[in-house]
Ligand binder design. Structure first.
Ligand code: CP
Ligand code: NVA
Length: 310
């Protein structure tokens, strides 16, 4: 992208886009996914390069961005803390200035949100959040697309969040406010969502429940995540005790609507945050959810690099 030539946008939090932009992205995702399934070539990003910077582990984010960029005709550079100067204390601002002179778009997975914001502030090209301690917008983009694919619009629906008040939970809250649904949140005491991090305009889009079973009652979608997110491993033992009742099981799914979906961003730990018969059972759409990471991110990169098509 020529610096200053187009309206440059970053995707650092779910609330960076408006509802009508999400409607556009979901429409494009459907078109792009259909082409992929029909083995039709679609290469609008020829000669474009994506830099992916990982300061934490990944399977889905790496494969979905890398495969997606190649499918669109572009190429990818993969950096980690250990094999770049980021791990040797080169300032993030300097890294942003340099990397963004050589590539067209950057995806970063890191710890503090402030780090990706500092990178974006010094980048000449769009920056995408591939997960931070605070948010995981690409995952919620895929989750909502998956909901729409299976059940239609998510507006007015109830999403039950059972587990840690973490990056996924904050992002669900932002999505609820923008797209007009409600989140029923149940977390163990001491692991609540941080409303300052969620940064909502009002409290209309969520309800807090002490009992995870009550949070699931009449829900359209039940979702959870690992008890210990990346970067919090030192708390593992304490969390294993605190979260023991926050395992999505068959009883919770039975309390939800009969056609409720189950989602998990993965990786999952069967027998901890989710029972095996739920994640491997008839309500679960976790494999579609994982695959859709690639399709939504292709639409996202197309949008950030080329704007609206047609
Ligand atoms: N859900 C998700 O982001 O998976 P990875 O950590 O494997 O990228
Ligand atoms: N909350 C998890 C999500 C992993 C995809 C983490 O941050 O580790």
């Amino acid at each position: 992208m020529k610096p200053g030539a187009a309206l440059m946008r970053h995707y650092l939090q779910f609330k960076d886009f408006r509802a009508e932009e999400y409607a556009y992205l979901f429409e494009r995702t459907g078109i792009i996914k259909k082409r992929f399934k029909n083995y039709e070539k679609y290469t609008p990003l020829v000669d474009r390069t994506l830099a992916m910077i990982f300061e934490k582990a990944s399977t889905r984010t790496r494969v979905s961005f890398e495969a997606g960029m190649y499918q669109m005709g572009g190429s990818v550079v993969h950096l980690t803390t250990g094999d770049s100067q980021l791990g040797r204390a080169e300032p993030v601002e300097d890294s942003a200035r340099v990397i963004s002179r050589m590539v067209d778009i950057v995806m970063i997975r890191t710890y503090e949100q402030s780090k990706i914001e500092r990178f974006a502030a010094h980048s000449r090209v769009p920056v995408i959040n591939g997960l931070t301690n605070e948010y995981h917008p690409c995952q919620i983009l895929a989750d909502i697309y998956t909901y729409i694919e299976h059940r239609g619009s998510i507006a007015g629906k109830v999403v039950a969040w059972v587990g840690d008040g973490n990056n996924m939970a904050h992002t669900w809250l932002q999505a609820a406010e923008i797209l007009g649904f409600t989140v029923h949140i149940s977390t163990p005491s001491g692991y609540e969502v941080n409303l300052d991090v969620a940064g909502l305009r009002s409290s209309d889009c969520f309800k807090v429940f002490k009992d995870p079973l009550e949070a699931c009652r009449e829900a359209d979608l039940v979702t959870t995540d690992v008890w210990t997110s990346m970067g919090y491993e030192a708390e593992n033992e304490a969390r294993r005790t605190a979260f023991v009742d926050w395992c999505v099981d068959a009883e919770m799914m039975a309390a939800a609507k009969p056609d409720a979906l189950f989602m998990h961003c993965l990786p999952a730990h069967r027998g901890e945050e989710v029972a095996a018969d739920v994640i491997d059972g008839p309500h679960s759409v976790v494999w579609d959810e994982a695959e859709n990471r690639m399709h939504v991110q292709k639409a996202l990169m197309e949008y950030l690099l080329l704007g609206r098509i047609g």
